[in-house]
Ligand binder design. Structure first.
Ligand code: ADP
Ligand code: MG
Ligand code: MG
Length: 876
């Protein structure tokens, strides 16, 4: 770390330096380069953050020296001096990670103020209201961000003052009021810290920088990172920037802007602002912001300049921009720009529009939509008939689309707790703050009383794909007595309400949800993705209903049809149980004889839905005892039905008990013990195909998949049963029918001996759920309880059951692919675990040359897009 450049002046950087300068810093540098009015300053790099952690959470002398030098330059260029009692330089200390993490990290404004410099500001501006407004804000931010003093103490203080004076909004506070507030704030500070509020600007500065570095590791940043797969080790940068003031009076203001509508994608600037306000006032929902159209009336020159800069930035970045701006005494400044978060519908519309406007190519468009976002589009809306019958009880702003019903939860803590109990809750709050992120995750949707379309709740909900309505001002929240009141009616914590994030409507009861309809942009965009990708996408579907959804969402086949799911249906389970507890072959075959026609009918229907698309059917997989009754009455009833004694049945059930069923008598092991089960299933699969092929021109070629193979002889043995059965039927029916027999690779030994196994298998399907649990040696059903300790100690950062562990499990898969292809070059390769729908795992599957991924039907569009992105990034 010796002699490393850890500080960059804004004009030394550019947009490509996000890794080093963080997203915010790199874009501020880029705006500087473009000649856009940006307050000047410098960026302390992400490497300085690593340095800070390496030095045991301390700033090194090296970085301190570089910061001092950069500060001197800023003093020169601004003509102001840090700590000066004549012309003090005030700065902001802003965090900025590589990937934008909205609201996750903490920022401090107006730093450099103390009892003397604040007086200098009064003299300079002849505006003591302004100077003390800055000062009280600074004390609060410094106290809460740097010193961890509870923010609400300050909020309470200002609320009390407003109430005592009968003020409605902060802007009514006078200079004297604010001066008094400063005294009280400093007292709060001293009461908590035991020391006076620090006067030395340099001390303030270095403490603030350290605090930003520290905030990289705080809980809400952690939650956000986990949700978005952002690794911990990339750190944050810190931006030091000269302050510009939107709170100087009626000629000043601050706002946020999107170059297109982030909710709908409409090509029209969407911006909100507040006059006489600073920083987060707009997003915090302290006052309801004004639409940008009123700025045109207020100050046409500033408005025109604003529009020109917005357009310039969007064109430059070739994407919808999310910007912050401030007007100081009628002069416009831009403080931030980044690619804006948007709803799934908006993302599609913007991507399609930008291609049609000739600004980007289809390949670039493909990269602009987050595959996970597509999920949201496929989720249901309110049933329109029911909706028509339900009265709207309140209306807010439609901040994030979707529809949901749930019971009212008043806090994050409560939402989390009740969600755990299986309740659907709606988080109802005055406004949300970054602390609420976990509550938002636990809720079906979010409803706030205050705030605009760019409030915290709105931004975060959109990025999560959660339905959200904000600014619903006629709700009165009474969280002590646990109700909300709307137009005189009370709704308690156990009452259902419903929220439509596309209209902003709130309803006083639960409403059924219905199927969604996909927009034209979705079709256009997905057609581009299909045109581009080389990895095929199939679905895991066990029923006709699943199969229909899969086809609707563009699946090219079924990669996993689990036969056991059909066994649980009420009218079948009796026959299945009979089969399991059968004492001898005769009894078992009699039971199987009952199941056969049902299975055959299922397969006929699935083949018919899938038409010419491939269908891979897996033979029975789970341990048999999963199907047996556990309750005394149920055992009694079954015994009666089977004309055996309770004791007889009970002992059979006890005999089937396994200490570790996940590694027990299941998968192909069942076929080894009870070949007649595999025979019956093969019959159903083959006979169904023959029947459908006679009726239609589909030419079904069934794919029969043998699970849980770990040894080639095992596969040979079961395959022999399958082939013999199939051939017998084909000969008897005197038809020609092609079929394939393959295996799952889900036991590490199968991956290691894949060369041997491939000689007997026509295809491999990686069962990454089992492969992950057996490779790690922990059960996916139990891991949840201790993995959280692994996350908090940063041993693992992601759930390996959601995202393929490339270094371990991935290595096994790669090895199996290579070994398999070595002995069977034509082998077909796919994956059918949970990972088949996870974008980063899909990218991995693409890179190692798999033919297809298979995932749940609702994730098929996500997988299609992720596959296309993988192809654009890494053509094969
Ligand atoms: P976040 O990442 O949470 O948006 P920011 O660092 O962007 O945090 O800052 C928070 C708020 O303070 C924003 O509204 C921003 O525009 C404002 N702000 C930051 N620096 C300055 C500055 N130098 N002058 C005026 N306002 C600023
Ligand atoms: Mg910002
Ligand atoms: Mg398995």
């Amino acid at each position: 770390m010796k002699n490393k450049k850890l500080v960059y002046i804004f004009n030394e950087g550019n947009a490509s330096m996000k890794d080093l300068l963080g997203g915010k810093g790199a874009n501020i540098a880029e705006m500087t380069k473009l000649g856009i009015p940006v307050p000047q300053g410098f960026t302390v790099t992400t490497e300085a953050c690593s340095d800070y952690y390496n030095c045991g959470k301390k700033l090194s002398n090296q970085v301190i020296e570089q910061i001092n030098n950069a500060l001197e330059e800023l003093e020169k260029s601004s003509g102001k001096k840090f700590g000066s009692t004549l012309k003090p330089l005030l700065i902001s200390v802003r965090s900025g990670a590589r990937v934008s993490m909205p609201g996750m990290m903490d920022t401090i404004l107006n730093l450099g103020l103390n009892d003397e410099t604040v007086e200098a500001m009064c003299n300079l501006t002849k505006n003591s209201r302004f100077a003390y407004d800055c000062y009280r804000r600074f004390i609060q931010m410094f106290a809460s961000v740097v010193m961890d003093i509870d923010d609400s103490l300050f909020e309470q203080c200002i609320s009390n003052l407003k109430e005592a004076k009968g003020y409605k909004v902060d802007t009514e506070l006078t200079g004297e009021d604010l001066k008094g507030l400063v005294v009280n704030y400093k007292k709060i500070y001293k009461d908590h810290i035991g020391e006076e509020f620090p006067n030395d600007p340099k001390f303030q500065l270095f403490e603030a920088i350290s605090a930003v570095f520290r905030s990289w590791d705080n809980n809400r940043a952690d939650v956000y990172r986990k949700m978005n797969n952002i690794p911990w080790d990339c750190g944050t940068a810190v931006n030091i920037q000269e302050m510009v003031f939107g709170n100087k009076g009626e000629e000043s203001g601050t706002g946020v802007a999107f170059s297109r509508n982030p909710a709908t994608g409409e090509k029209k600037i969407f911006a909100e602002y507040l006059m006489n306000a600073q920083g987060e006032d707009v997003v915090a929902g302290i006052r309801t912001p004004e639409d940008i159209s009123t700025l045109e009336i207020r100050n046409k020159v500033v408005y025109d300049e604003f529009v020109a800069i917005v357009n310039k930035l969007e064109f430059h970045y070739k994407d919808m921009q999310d910007m912050e701006f401030t007007i100081e005494d009628g002069k416009l400044f831009f403080l931030q720009t980044r690619n804006g978060k948007r709803t799934a519908n908006a993302a599609l519309k913007i991507a399609v529009d930008l291609v049609e406007e000739g600004i980007i190519t289809k390949e670039e468009a493909i990269l602009k939509v987050d595959p996970k976002q597509l999920d949201v589009l496929l989720h249901p809306n309110f049933d329109s008939d029911e909706l028509a019958k339900t009265k709207v009880i309140a209306k807010g702003l439609p901040a994030s689309p979707g529809a949901a019903s749930g019971k009212i939860a008043f806090s994050t803590e409560e939402a989390k707790r009740r969600h755990k109990l299986g309740e659907n809750v709606i988080l109802v709050r005055l406004e949300t703050s970054p602390e609420d992120i976990e509550g938002m995750i636990a809720s079906e949707c979010i409803l706030t009383v205050r705030g605009g379309m760019t409030s915290h709740a709105a931004v975060v909900a959109r990025s999560m794909g959660k339905c959200c309505v904000v600014g619903c001002s006629n709700i009165i929240i009474n969280d002590k007595e646990r109700y909300i009141e709307i137009n005189g009616t009370k709704y308690f914590d156990n009452d259902f309400i419903s929220i439509d994030g596309s209209t902003g409507n709130v309803y006083g009861s639960a409403i059924k949800t219905g199927e969604c309809k996909l927009e034209k942009d979705f079709e256009t965009f997905m057609a581009w993705a299909d045109e581009i990708r080389s990895l095929k996408v199939r679905a895991n579907a066990d029923t006709v209903k699943d199969s229909k959804v899969a086809v609707k969402y563009g699946a090219e086949g079924i990669g996993l049809c689990r036969t056991e799911h059909m066994f649980f249906a009420a009218e079948r389970i009796a026959a299945v149980r009979e089969m399991i507890v059968a004492k001898n072959l005769v009894q078992r075959e009699r039971a199987l004889e009952k199941i056969l026609p049902m299975q055959r009918k299922d397969f006929i229907h699935i083949y018919e839905v899938m038409e010419r698309k491939s269908v891979t059917i897996r033979l029975l997989d789970p341990p048999l005892h999963e199907f047996l009754p556990t309750e005394k009455e149920d055992i009694q009833a079954l015994a009666e039905e089977m004309s055996i004694t309770y004791e007889e049945l009970d002992s059979t059930i006890k005999n089937l008990h396994e200490v570790n069923p996940m590694m027990g008598h299941r998968g192909c092991r069942l076929a080894v013990s009870y070949p007649e089960i595999a025979e019956m299933q093969t019959r159903a699969i083959i006979e169904a195909a023959i029947i459908v092929n006679k009726k239609t021109s589909y030419n079904i070629i069934p794919e029969i998949m043998i699970p849980l193979i770990g040894e080639v002889k095992e596969l040979k043995y079961v395959k022999n049963i399958v082939v013999k059965t199939a051939e017998k039927i084909i000969a008897k029916e005197a038809v020609s029918l092609k079929y394939h027999v393959g295996t799952m690779i889900e036991i590490p030994r199968a991956a290691i001996t894949a060369d041997e196994i491939a000689e007997e298998a026509e295809f491999f399907s990686f069962g990454t759920n089992d492969l992950t649990q057996m490779t790690f040696g922990f059960s996916r059903d139990d891991a949840g309880t201790f993995l959280k300790d692994y996350y908090s100690n940063k041993i693992y950062e992601f759930d390996p059951f959601q995202t393929i562990d490339q270094n371990g499990v991935g290595k096994l898969i790669k090895m199996a692919v290579n070994l398999g292809k070595g002995t069977n070059p034509n082998i077909k390769l796919g994956i059918c675990g949970e990972h088949g729908g996870d974008p980063s795992s899909i990218e991995f599957c693409h890179s190692i040359g798999l033919d297809y991924v298979s995932c749940s039907p609702y994730r098929v569009p996500t997988a299609r897009l992720a596959a296309a992105q993988a192809q654009v990034k890494n053509p094969r």
